[in-house]
Ligand binder design. Structure first.
Ligand code: ATP
Length: 354
């Protein structure tokens, strides 16, 4: 992959010694959207602000389209930020808000009008250009913020939790819109979020961050199905962690004892050498636990059942563990209830060990 945006050894230390970004490497391909995902304080926003030029990095380099940009002022980087709070001017119309950045850059007259109208059409706000921001819904304000970034025709779009002011339903809608537009225009993008569902929906690849570093980078599915650490497994989606013991090795796989039975398992960090008898944490995704009739598999009892449109989420109690299980409920299918006895199997090839 040839990189369109390349961060090499990026480092940012704040006065007082907080290391916000700790030698971060990242390549983003042209037209790709990479989400930076991680818990509060892991350095996502600081990384984004270093790319935009709002923070000076203390080390490393930032290249865009083959040239170093880290010494340039923000307005010359061709990387435009879409902010969390939209940062719209309340006293200016939608048209003037979107055209502001062009005016600052000396664009006016017909050229400005044409570009602003085109940007507003792109985000579906063509008819609302005379309104003030407070006369718009949250979703519409977010689209104005997007149009204001797009109108500058940046090489790189930087999103800083752009949907956090919207309610859940609108978030889902607007993130699909952003994704559609980003793909249609082919704009290389970096998207900061702490919401794993948002990252999964919107990104080509997700960079999971912890402590100022990327701890795993990959397509959403790869990160979900093959997390390299407990931290990543826990952060992306739901996971059961149960106690286990290594009982041997077969080729690349481990044999582990957990929940009173023997399972084949993949080692999370493949390089780690596991010893016979070693205590490990065993990770099983809730949808990989299959419920069967009582008497077969691992015995468990239903503690609680919630129906979630086509799916059931069960909390089960096993002799030594509490387990979360997600099951498909077909039309007319039976929902288990508290106190029911069941047997559990684990889908082949899904157990991971950390
Ligand atoms: P959040 O999701 O909460 O925004 P984040 O992953 O974006 O978190 P950053 O905002 O990048 O994290 O912060 C990374 C670290 O740097 C944190 O420990 C934070 O306290 C620290 N930090 C951020 N900005 C400053 C600042 N201006 N001065 C000092 N420390 C800062």
């Amino acid at each position: 992959m040839s990189a369109f945006l390349r961060l090499t050894g990026l480092r940012k230390v704040f006065p007082g010694g907080a290391v916000a970004v700790d030698g971060l490497d990242l390549d983003v391909a042209e037209g790709e959207l990479v989400a930076l995902l991680g818990p509060s304080g892991c350095g996502k926003t600081t990384t984004l602000r270093c790319i935009a030029g709002f923070e000076d990095a203390d080390g490393g380099s930032i290249e865009l389209a083959g040239g170093r940009i880290d010494a340039l002022p923000p307005e010359r980087r061709q990387a435009t930020m879409v902010f969390q709070g939209y940062a719209l001017f309340p006293h200016l119309s939608v048209f003037e808000n979107v055209g502001y950045g062009l005016r600052v850059r000396g664009v006016g007259g017909e050229a400005l009008r044409g570009r602003v109208d085109a940007a507003l059409d792109l985000v579906g706000l063509g008819g609302l250009s005379a309104r003030r921001p407070q006369q718009l819904s949250g979703g519409q304000q977010q689209r104005v913020a997007l149009a204001r970034a797009l109108v500058l025709e940046p090489k790189l779009l930087l999103f800083d939790e752009p949907l956090s002011n919207l309610d859940a339903k609108l978030r889902e809608q607007v993130r699909l819109e952003i994704r559609g537009l980003q793909q249609r225009l082919g704009i290389t993008s970096v998207y900061v979020t702490h919401d794993q569902a948002e990252a999964m929906t919107i990104a080509d690849r997700i960079a999971v961050m912890d402590g100022g570093k990327i701890v795993q980078l990959g397509a959403p599915r790869e990160i979900y199905e093959a997390p390299r650490s407990r931290f990543v497994a826990d952060f992306i989606g739901r996971a059961n962690f149960v106690r286990g013991t290594v009982r041997g090795r077969v080729g690349d796989e481990l044999r582990v004892e957990a929940l009173g039975a023997l399972w084949r398992a993949t080692a999370g960090p493949a390089a780690v050498a596991y010893a016979e008898g070693q205590a490990v944490e065993v990770m099983i995704r809730p949808e990989d636990l299959r419920i069967e009739v009582a008497g077969s598999g691992v015995p468990a009892t239903v503690l609680s059942a919630s129906y979630l449109g086509g799916q059931a989420i069960y909390q089960l109690s096993h002799a030594t563990e509490t387990l979360l299980v997600v099951g498909v409920i077909e039309r007319g299918g039976r929902l288990l209830k508290r106190g029911d006895s069941v047997g559990l199997r684990i889908a082949e090839g899904t157990v991971r060990v950390f």
